[in-house]
Design a protein around this ligand. Sequence first.
Ligand code: F6R
Length: 589
Amino acid sequence: MCGIFGCVLSEGSAAPIIHRALERLEYRGYDSVGEATVYGGRVHVKKAAGKIGEIHKLLNLDDLPGSVGIGHTRWATHGKPSDRNAHPLFDCKENVAVVHNGIIENYQELKDMLIEKGHSFISDTDTEIIPHLIEENISLGLEKAVMEAVRKFEGRYAIAAISSDENMLVGVRRGSPLIVGRSENKTFIASDIPAFLNHTNQVMYLDDNEMVVIDGNVRFFNTETGQSIEKRLITINWDAKQAEKGEYPYFVIKEIMEQKETIMRAINQDENTILRTAEEIKRAYGTFFTGCGTAGKVCMAGEYIFSKVAKKHVNFVISSEFPNYKHFLTDKTLLITISQSGETADLMEAVETARKMGVKVLSLVNVMGSSLYRNSDYAFLLNAGPEKAVASTKATTAQLALVTLLAYAVAGRLQEGKRLLMETASKVNDMLNPRYEARIAELARKLKDSQSIYIIGRSLNYPMAMEAAIKIMELSNIHAQGFAGGELKHGPLALIQDGTPCIVFAANDETRVDIISNAMEVKARGGYIIGVSPRNNEVFDYWIKVPDVGNASPVVNIIPIQILAYHLALLRGCDPDYCRNLAKSVTVK
Ligand code: F6R
């Protein structure tokens, strides 16, 4: 949420590099865009509310002088999207410019103090107090002034700052991601690696309460002690092409299609590590799955999969509610976290809560070097490659596959699990062909004007019904809701009228008879039944065939709904990559 970027070049113009980087960070927020550079003893700026493409047409974002600069793409928290609230934000004399991702919790108190000292503010943001606090000590130089300023904030943030008098960029991290990238004659800071991946794959991670100062050199400090820190340069195995759309019109359809390979990559883990982890899970006394949104639904599916395959009870708690469970945590508890970005604030808070109680943390995460990856005792990388569309697709099925594999490992049936998932990966590869997409696009045309779409499932596919609802809502803005099939008669059936669409996940397992009965109940009240199932049934008005993959059915069931949601988005004029009011990598609580 909010993308920040900064660069220091030994020669050449920073603005075109900032502009391209902001395009790559746009998935983190698309309410406004801005950039600022240092040149000739002044800070130069361009910024406005709106999407980067439109703003570039108006302002030409490539045209700012100087080889040091910062940029920002915003997801609004404090202050509505407007030119005035767009970052970078300035001090009184417009000598200091700051971009920020996160929330400054004590901003009101600091703002009151600064106003009393004579500072004047022009935006409604929490961010604006930062350049003014830096201004207080700017006579000491940017490096010292930033260090003094950040000691006064509370909250989670990553910031980048420049000033008119120094060819220097300063970045600070506490709770929101900030990564340094280095090539021979360019140094970058960014909220996410794809921002600079076309220049370098050599990175250094900032930890909380750390500051980086980039001029001719790159130096790191702890902001609490002021002591300098050594950092290791790490090589990232993503390439820039993976983070581009290529031949596809949108990231989301590219990422859906990439599931031909990503499921296989997710399960291609070191077997000894899987077996050691399985032992750790068996040893734990009190095990919790936690995650948010889609990843939370995978956690919930994990609860069912572990129960069914490994006969092990694992509690599921969505991360924002996890602190309520702290009384049940001991040093024998294991927390299994699932996340694409590894930066989600609610999840990181759950990890903090658990850590304080001595809990061990095992993570399934896509982004190497993310906060979650680095704060875990054991971490598996999903290996799905960069996921840029706001709606999670390929990371979801990678998570589902890996959770299923772990459950088989805990059951002492790792090879069986591996065979099942390899077969699933190969069947997904066959499934994702143009004819299959066309059949789902045809369904999208039938459903595009629906007021609501309901989805039902049982057992492993109950969480998938809820995940299907997330996909449809966020991509197409149609109201959608997932229910356990057995719950319909306890309330939701009241919503069914003539033609109400109801998607039914009817796996070929012990739940089939009951879920088909539930579908009958909906049909008897006028519902239009869409069956997602390996076998057709007379109750289905529209059948979407999925392969029969036993306990891996959640992996194959969700894919046609991802495609459906994408086509609904196209038909309804929604941007399939940038879901309304949402952003990827949710670094605010
Ligand atoms: C929906 C979606 C979100 C994320 C959630 C957690 O498609 O992507 O619900 O799943 O914000 O994000 P991560 O997985 O990055 O922790």
